[in-house]
Design a protein around this ligand. Structure first.
Ligand SMILES: Cc1ncc(COP(=O)(O)O)c(C=O)c1O
Length: 388
């Protein structure tokens, strides 16, 4: 039989990294040494103390059964305590936290709780591709709010048309930002709270990168802003902070009704994160400073090497204060896709074309510093020799 795909998936563009991977594998099959600076997936291992905690948790038979859908209470308490210590924000572990199987899972499911067919979901562009897809999966219409360099890659909230604001139910944003590496300060979050309150739009702030910051900079949480809990939630992940991308553990915190909404969706879809992983997550959060500065130093040194290479290659970028990415302008006369395709075929370097993060990413490319320092040095050498 001919299996019919629902339009929700039939009309999807190919997942960004799947397409790049196919091209990359073709070259590897031809014997070419490809340096992949594409995906933001830390190469460094998860710290030993967290692995030990997983071991302990896995040996406890109490952890072998279905977890509770909102997360173990001890995990939610650890989240609330971490928010208090790190951001001085009070979170009620019983009503204002839900554990997630990675923040991607929470982001992908959230619109189902808040969007009806015909509603609009706002998201910043360029951005994490899951925002618009999850809005469409819920039957909504994604509306891209552009991030421009001249506005320091912050959205111009006043430029969002009134009719869009009327139909919009939620707004996905992310600072420190992937892919632009931009950061948001308190003043912007205050404007965002006003915007959410005035327009009755749920702010969904993705804070996956707040712990990856450089040169003494400490990114704020959206929830530190007065009134933020009335209008929004924040997604957080252990993936990037603790090199735990494969473990799938994260959480959402904030507005109790919104958290309950996500919980309601999850009860019908999944059965929560493995409790041994939650147990390891508790230990990670309780000792979050352990080794963090050393891990960040490695990413910071790589950032410096790559940025120096960009200077030498004459390519423009904003020096990143946070995240493990560098977002740079492609040479004049080339599109993002042409640039990344030529870099891959002529120099064997994978960078992510900016348009893969949305139409407003055109003209840019992103590299991730989650690859070994040696490979980054090699990539920089190759980049400098490439003629565009
Ligand atoms: C901006 C952003 N949000 C969320 C995620 C998802 O992270 P995880 O599902 O591992 O928590 C990523 C992963 O790359 C990301 O870049």
């Amino acid at each position: 039989m001919d299996v019919k795909w629902a339009s929700r998936i039939a009309e999807l563009p190919p997942y960004l990294f799947a397409e790049i991977d196919a091209k990359k594998n073709e070259l590897i099959d031809q014997g070419i040494d490809v340096i992949d600076l594409g995906v933001g997936d830390p190469d460094l291992p998860t710290p030993d103390f967290i692995i030990d905690a997983l071991n302990d948790g896995a040996r406890d038979p109490a952890n072998h059964q279905y977890p509770s859908y909102q997360g173990m209470r001890s995990f939610r308490v650890a989240v609330a305590e971490w928010y208090k210590e790190r951001f001085d924000v009070d979170i009620d572990p019983d009503t204002e936290v839900v554990a997630l199987i990675g923040s991607k899972e929470g982001i992908a499911h959230a619109p189902m709780a808040f969007i009806d067919p015909g509603d609009v979901g706002l998201f910043t562009d360029p951005g994490y591709p899951v925002y618009p897809t999850s809005i469409s999966f819920a039957g909504g219409t994604p509306y891209a709010v552009p991030l421009y360099k001249e506005n320091e890659f912050l959205p111009d909230l006043d430029a969002i048309p009134d009719n869009i604001k009327k139909q919009a139910q939620l707004f996905f944003l992310n600072y420190p930002n992937n892919p632009t590496t931009a950061v948001a300060e308190k003043g912007f979050f205050e404007d965002l709270v006003d915007f959410g309150a005035k327009n009755n739009i749920l702010i969904c702030h993705d804070a996956a990168y707040t712990e990856i910051a450089y040169d003494g900079y400490t990114p704020p949480s959206f929830l530190q802003t007065q009134g933020a809990k009335d209008v929004g939630i924040e997604f957080h992940s252990l993936s990037k902070t603790f090199n735990m991308t494969g473990w799938r553990i994260a959480f959402a915190v904030g507005n109790a009704k919104a958290i309950a909404g996500i919980g309601k969706i999850k009860t019908n879809i999944d059965s929560g994160a493995f409790q041994a992983v939650q147990h390891a997550g508790i230990v990670a959060l309780q000792n979050y400073k352990q080794g963090l500065a050393d891990r960040i130093k490695i990413f910071q040194d790589r950032r410096d090497i790559f940025c120096k290479g960009l200077d030498e290659a004459g390519l423009k970028y904003d020096f990143p204060k946070a995240t493990f990415y560098v977002w740079f302008e492609v040479p004049d006369g080339l599109t993002s896709a042409e640039f990344s395709s030529r870099l891959l075929t002529e120099s064997g370097i994978v960078v992510t074309p900016g348009n893969g993060f949305g139409e407003y990413g055109e003209g840019y490319a992103r590299v991730s510093t989650t690859f070994s320092t040696d490979r980054i040095i090699q990539a920089v050498d190759r980049l400098k020799e490439t003629k565009f």
